[in-house]
Design a protein around this ligand. Structure first.
Ligand code: NAD
Ligand code: IPM
Ligand code: MN
Length: 371
């Protein structure tokens, strides 16, 4: 019996989590385990009613679980960033989920927008650092007459650009990216260990040619760590270039390790080459603590409650969750069942089908049970 926390969240989140639960329960029936769910009411509705984002009680309760199954958050009634930072990032940071694992794999039967590429060409994993970089939340905006420690910089720029300091042109904002040696090392070690189990190739992403302090440290740590893994071949890629290579030669990649923000961006690109956001799963992992599994897409508010969202990304994230619990056979069966549903054409509109969210999820759960 596994105890798993579930957070449906906002938009399409509750619908896709419902389908994910169905499939994981079916996997349990077939592989002889049970999942007991504890649902958490966290998200926009509660926030609008109570102003609570993630409370100390939520954290204390969630901490009791090894895994959280997460739908998505984000709601048009709430200013962007409030729920995203106050809930999703708060969970990632509070539980020190320093690995954001995002497999980019083209499943059999899925069409990629890349010409002449097949499932054997698109099968890699992005290991995104998940607790540092520009996500640490150090930054500020300064408006007129607010005397700050940045006054000197501001004055400098008003002289340099001839700005009228009486106008709002003087407003200034900054945000700081932080990389720590240990933060880089631990996620890179995770990526090297993963590469050793796969095709033994690891690509490190940075922008050390411009942001040479933060990503210079990232790169130094990578070079040092690489010495301990002589069996893994390594390379560096600048982030701008890797977006080109993902499109041109995705078959080059096995494991890709990246700082947080670049990882966010390149995995939406990765999702598209594997057939779309509706297919791309992710895991936020703390190997020794509470981990969280979610689709990489957001709450797609325009599809809320319409039974059209593709549940596959979430179901696949459920497979990552099972892997994390040690149920490897069940995890593999879930991915096979997803493939079967695609082969049989019981898929949602984004994949060219006519099935609704619930039908697509039920079909996958039947496949898991039957296989
Ligand atoms: P989004 O990922 O929610 O949606 C972008 C588009 O992708 C959708 O309009 C839809 O066309 C498509 N799409 C996404 N998921 C789909 C699915 N399951 N099935 C079919 N099509 C799907 O991104 P957005 O519109 O930029 O953001 C909406 C909200 O979600 C924002 O508040 C954002 O901050 C938040 N967000 C949350 C997460 C998260 O919870 N992990 C991730 C990204 C964005
Ligand atoms: C993701 C999302 C989040 C991120 C947002 C919603 C905070 O885009 O999971 O990719 O930037 O990490
Ligand atoms: Mn993202």
């Amino acid at each position: 019996m596994y105890k798993v926390a579930a957070i449906g969240g906002d938009g399409i989140g509750p619908e896709i989590i419902a389908e994910g639960k169905k499939v994981l329960e079916a996997a349990g029936e077939r592989f002889n385990f049970e999942i007991s769910w504890t649902d958490f009411d966290i998200g926009a509705e509660r926030y609008l009613a109570t102003k609570d984002l993630l409370t100390d009680e939520d954290l204390a309760e969630l901490r009791k679980f090894k895994a959280i199954y997460f739908g998505s958050i984000g709601d048009p009634r709430v200013q962007p960033g409030v729920l995203e930072k106050g809930i999703l990032l708060a969970i990632r940071f509070s539980f020190d989920q320093y690995v954001n694992l995002r497999p980019i794999k083209l499943l059999e039967g899925v069409e990629t927008p890349l010409a002449n590429k097949t499932p054997k060409d698109i099968d890699f994993v992005v290991v995104r650092e998940n607790t540092e970089d520009f996500y640490v939340g150090i930054g500020s905006r300064f408006k007129k007459h607010q005397k700050t420690e940045l006054e000197v910089i501001r004055d400098l720029y008003s002289v340099k650009f001839g700005l009228d300091i009486e106008s709002d042109a003087e407003e200034i904002a900054y945000q700081i990216g932080v990389i720590t040696r240990e933060g880089a090392r631990r996620v890179q070690i995770y990526a090297f260990d993963l590469a050793e189990k796969r095709r033994k190739k690891l690509t490190s992403v940075d922008k050390a040619n411009v942001l040479s302090d933060v990503y210079g440290l990232w790169r130094d740590v990578f070079s040092e760590t690489a010495k301990k893994y002589p069996g893994v071949s390594t390379e560096f890629s600048f982030v701008d270039a890797i977006t080109m290579w993902f499109v041109k030669n995705p078959e080059w990649f096995d494991v890709v390790v990246t700082p947080n923000m670049f990882g966010d961006i390149i995995t939406d690109l990765g999702a598209m080459i594997q057939g779309g956001l509706g297919l791309a799963p992710g895991g936020n992992i703390n190997p020794k603590g509470t981990s969280m599994f979610e689709p990489i897409h957001g709450s797609a508010p325009k599809y809320k409650g319409m039974d059209v969202a593709n549940p596959i990304a979430t179901i696949w994230a459920g497979s990552l969750l099972l892997d994390h619990l040690g149920e490897h056979e069940a995890a593999a069966a879930v991915v096979s069942a997803i493939e079967k549903s695609i082969k049989d054409g019981v898929v949602t509109k984004d994949l060219g089908g006519t099935a609704g969210t619930a039908r697509a999820g039920s079909y996958i759960s039947e496949c898991v049970r039957r296989e």
